[in-house]
Design a binder for this molecule. Structure first.
Ligand SMILES: *Cc1c(COP(=O)(O)O)cnc(C)c1O
Length: 456
């Protein structure tokens, strides 16, 4: 076998692992707009946020000037159980496509949660424990975040209450069982357990739920129990901060190889994996040290960037969370039951929204049948069965590699492979049976939802 110019997999040694997270906002000249109190429409204070969120996490949320925030020792130790994650050169995919492009992916699926979510879950559970809390509440869409948080809570001895979007709860019973195995209590949302859940069920009978609904339920559960706080697996700046571990490792691995990517691609649900993957690269771009093309990929059924409005909106359907300025489809928008549960959120990270608005990154919407076609093509040559969410990034990576082939260009492409798809076999079955459809919201659907944006 001919020796490759770079190894198939590049790992950092344990000594090379990052010891601080990188806060991308520190290098932004125009910062993301502040979160607003939904009652007063004034910027939320730390004190207000601390009723809902853990104290240290509130501090991270509001800090847009400190570039590096040390990773607590306990969290670094936990990271060593499943990190570093490999940076993989997709030689076999390149060969299958016949492209001169060099394709790399950072694989985050090497842990039981099956995704990057554990990077933030362990940090959030650590801070909850350090604050002396009894437990945390949260929502989960596809189930990866709930699984990751259950694992982290089991490790630190915290109670974990998970509101799981109903369509995923029904489609993925095994995810629920993994969470229960780690000791979590799992409720399908919208439920009849909370006031907001009962109201949503009354207004939308038979609804299969959405992340926005589940968030409202989890927040209500947190504030109505002593010693509990709410934790969120995406969207917030603190989550992007924790996920910067992905980009920091990737950047270090590229530096070791002496390679610089031209283009970085990631799927975007709430924006945490993408925000984490691009963080150090975008930092260089913001400081004028290097340039990269950065592409967010979203489902055509839930196109926050490509068809949304940049406006203040509620982060949840029940309107209990602070208002955030972001690309949004409207807090009342309930996307069709697509198979990428982790990408069915109406809004987007405020940090990524601001960067997109400043045209520092691009976005593309792709339809699920083309996403699953890319997933199968990838699985058959690279050996990893990708999550449907991750496969959005694969779709665009393949499209860009084929563009390179047509143009005879040797670009270097990095994409985030956020997780594995073992719990998504119902979706793969639909695709294999030729029974998968693409649902796109109409302009009228979106206009109805935009009409309900708060007037700020
Ligand atoms: C949750 C999830 C996503 C999307 O969430 P982001 O916050 O946008 O990263 C993508 N891929 C997988 C595997 C997920 O579990």
């Amino acid at each position: 076998m001919k020796t490759n110019d770079v190894p198939y997999k590049t790992y950092l040694t344990e000594d090379e692992l990052p010891t601080a997270w990188y806060n991308l906002r520190a290098d932004m000249k125009t910062k993301p707009a502040p979160l607003l109190n939904p009652g007063t429409l004034k910027p939320v204070t730390a004190e207000e946020l601390e009723r809902v969120f853990c104290k240290e996490l509130v501090k991270q949320e509001l800090d847009d000037t400190t570039a590096y925030i040390p990773i607590p020792d306990e969290v670094q130790k936990f990271y060593r159980m499943f990190r570093p994650s490999p940076l993989i050169r997709a030689y076999f995919l390149e060969r299958a496509l016949g492209t001169p492009a060099k394709i790399y992916y950072k694989f985050e699926g090497n842990n039981t949660s099956g995704s990057h979510k554990l990077n933030s879950a362990v940090a959030q559970a650590y801070y909850a424990k350090a604050q002396g809390l009894k437990g945390v509440t949260t929502e989960t869409g596809a189930g990866q975040w709930g699984t990751a948080l259950s694992m982290a809570c089991a490790f630190f001895g915290l109670d974990c209450q998970v509101y799981m979007v109903k369509c995923s709860y029904e489609q993925k019973p095994f995810r629920r069982e993994v969470m229960r195995t780690y000791g979590a209590n799992v409720t399908p949302s919208p439920s009849m357990k909370t006031k907001v859940g009962r109201a949503i069920n009354a207004a939308h009978p038979g609804t299969t739920g959405s992340l926005g609904c589940a968030i409202s339920e989890a927040v209500e559960a947190a504030v109505s129990q002593d010693g509990y706080r709410y934790v969120l697996g995406s969207v917030l700046a603190q989550v992007l901060l924790h996920q910067s571990i992905i980009g920091l490792e990737a950047k270090k691995a590229f530096d070791k190889l002496g390679v610089k990517p031209d283009m970085i691609i990631g799927c975007a649900g709430g924006g945490s994996n993408l925000g984490g993957l691009i963080a150090p690269f975008m930092g260089e771009k913001l400081r004028g040290e290097a340039d990269y093309r950065i592409v967010a990929v979203e489902p055509a059924s839930c196109p926050s960037f490509t068809r949304g409005r940049y406006a203040y909106d509620f982060c949840d359907t029940g309107r209990v969370c602070p208002l955030q300025k972001m690309y949004t489809l409207g807090h009342d928008f309930i996307p069709s039951a697509s198979h990428a549960g982790g990408l069915r959120y109406h809004g987007m990270s405020a940090t990524l929204s601001e960067l997109y608005d400043q045209k520092l990154m691009e976005a593309r919407a792709v339809e699920q049948t083309s996403v699953f076609a890319a997933a199968e093509q990838f699985a058959r040559v690279e050996g990893i069965l990708p999550a449907p969410e991750s496969s959005h990034a694969i779709r665009v990576a393949i499209d860009e590699a084929l563009r390179c082939k047509a143009e005879g260009k040797e670009e270097t492409i990095l994409f985030g492979l956020t997780g594995t798809g073992y719990f998504d076999m119902v979706a793969y079955e639909k695709f294999n049976d030729g029974a998968m459809c693409d649902y796109l919201p109409t302009d009228a659907d979106l206009a109805a939802s935009f009409a309900k944006l708060p007037k700020v």
